[in-house]
Design a binder for this molecule. Structure first.
Ligand code: HEM
Length: 496
């Protein structure tokens, strides 16, 4: 019989028996580390959960067990095979509550199932084709005042473009002029989200609320029901103290007003018999006429969810793509050759001819996944691989870390769009690449984002060359609610 090395990590057992991620502090566990140095935290996971390791690590925190997973097979279990045993992360729900409420991103159970089933057809690739022209028109308008040779803050520009596209295609709203105002409100709201996702106060509130909810659920009858409802309410943020809290309240007021205006405009257009064919109009039709009507609040939550999820992430992906092209002149030349071969400005009919452009975008999302961390909470006890997890165990998943496993992505820091040639894609496990998540909760807007990226990139690259001021340096990263360029990515643009 082979002798077992005394220090070989366990590969089965309870969460308490899992190898612990290094860097835990005495009283705070990993909580402070994840809040103060997210990049260091992620790099530690990459180092400590490589190929051949048990694939999961224990995260030390007070309250329920927390597990970090960085193995494609375990990810497959959490996101796909056993997806029903998991709800969205409680911390994420808390942090996104002011913006997204109970929208598709944060809801669970019956509410999520109903909304997803109903909204999925609207995001089918065929249905999205009618948005192509608007995506190109918005981009054309955005670059009108770009001057040859100037240095532009490209992330600011891609945010304006992506926000205007979201406004136009989802709600037929012209947000171009308002983009800065709305952009600031969203930034303030997302700053609060980022600061409060791992805050100790938020954790205490969530843990206390969850315990009350479970206590109520264990008691039959109306008292149990009331306690469980109260527990659920405690898990939502109610008070917004401090300067950041004030900014959040002002931001939500502004965004609510804008959403209400959009709703009012749609309703007025519907009474005139000219409702625009946009997503908001379809949401409102279901709201005003449908069975199982959505409440006003639900419409608002879905709209803000789509608006936030629909532009913030794509904007970062586009900015990173341009920066990576700026650092890789050979690949830039090849993409330019591809977009120059189109007969004119890009259209949806050209998408099949923009294969390299798509691969470049996919590779940018691998290196810089805008949603770099997300999570789940087990809604029942279960086994994951050979590990047993109790109900309420939190699971942390990171596209950033799985995208850097050298067994799945050789030489992981190298920018190489060929990784996404069909034969290479087919050879990898599905859960090796997670910029959009996977399984039933996969991003509903993934086709929307890819199509937008192909069209916007083709449009920009047909007109301009992009160069980094100092190509030898990697742009600084900001790991907030999403992964963004810390300095808005200054790039020099040269007219072609
Ligand atoms: C590059 C762009 C994008 C990235 C990287 C991205 C990333 C993600 C990820 C990782 C998830 C899953 C989170 C989880 O499983 O917990 C998700 C869900 C979601 N995304 Fe995206 N997204 C992008 C674009 C979009 C767009 C364009 C829209 C809408 C127009 C959108 C709307 C949503 C919604 C509503 C969900 C929740 C789906 C559900 O739970 O049923 N996203 N996104």
């Amino acid at each position: 019989m082979n002798a077992v090395h005394p220090e070989a990590p366990r590969t089965s057992g309870t969460v308490a028996q899992m190898p612990v991620l290094g860097g835990a502090e005495r009283f705070f566990g990993h909580n402070r580390v994840v809040a103060s140095d997210r990049r260091g935290f992620l790099e530690r996971i990459v180092r400590e959960a490589p190929a051949g390791s048990p694939g999961c690590l224990r995260f030390v925190a007070s309250g329920p067990d927390v597990v970090i997973i960085n193995d494609p097979h375990l990810l497959q279990e959490v996101l796909i095979d056993k997806a029903k045993s998991f709800d969205k992360s409680l911390i994420l729900k808390y942090a996104l509550e002011p913006l997204g409420g109970e929208g598709l991103f944060t809801s669970d159970g019956e509410l999520w199932r109903r909304q997803r089933k109903w909204m999925a057809p609207l995001f089918h690739p065929r249905r999205l084709e009618s948005y192509g022209d608007a995506m190109v028109a918005v981009t054309k308008r955005a670059i009108l005042d770009w001057k040859d040779g100037e240095t532009r803050l490209i992330h600011h520009d891609t945010t304006r473009i992506a926000m205007s596209i979201a406004g136009k295609t989802l709600f037929d709203a012209d947000t171009f002029g308002e983009a800065d105002e709305i952009g600031h409100a969203l930034t303030d709201a997302l700053d609060w989200t980022s600061a409060n996702s791992p805050s100790v106060l938020a954790l205490l509130q969530i843990i206390g609320g969850r315990r009350l909810q479970r206590f109520g659920e264990a008691r039959p009858g109306p008292l149990g029901e009331r306690l469980s409802k109260a527990g659920l309410a405690v898990q939502k943020p109610r008070f917004f103290p401090g300067k950041q809290g004030k900014k959040l309240v002002a931001a939500i007021e502004l965004l609510d007003a804008r959403v209400q205006r959009m709703i009012d405009e749609r309703r007025a257009a519907a009474t005139r018999g000219t409702p625009p064919n946009d997503l908001l109009s379809q949401l409102l039709t279901a709201h005003d006429e449908g069975e199982g009507r959505m409440s006003d609040r639900q419409v608002r939550d879905e709209i803000l969810t789509l608006f936030v999820a629909g532009h913030e992430t794509t904007a970062s992906g586009l900015a990173w793509t341009l920066a990576l092209l700026g650092r890789n002149p050979d690949i830039l030349r090849a993409v330019i050759a591809e977009v120059d071969a189109l007969p004119g400005d890009p259209t949806v009919a050209d998408l099949p001819r923009l294969g390299l452009t798509l691969r470049v975008f996919k590779e940018a999302l691998r290196l810089y996944p805008p949603v770099f961390l997300f999570g789940r909470a087990a809604n029942e006890a279960l086994t994951l691989g050979s590990w047993s997890l109790k109900q309420d165990t939190a699971v942390i998943l990171s596209p950033w870390t799985i995208h850097r496993r050298a067994d799945l992505w050789p030489d992981p820091e190298r920018f190489d769009p060929d990784r996404f040639l069909p034969e290479h894609e087919a050879a990898r496990p599905k859960t090796a690449y997670l910029p959009f998540g996977a399984g039933p909760r996969v991003c509903i807007g993934n086709h929307f984002a890819m199509m937008e990226a192909q069209l916007v990139l083709a449009m920009l690259l047909r007109r301009f060359h992009f160069a980094l001021p100092s190509p030898e340096q990697s742009p600084p990263l900001a790991f907030g609610a999403t992964l963004r360029p810390a300095d808005e990515l200054p790039l020099q643009v040269r007219r072609r």
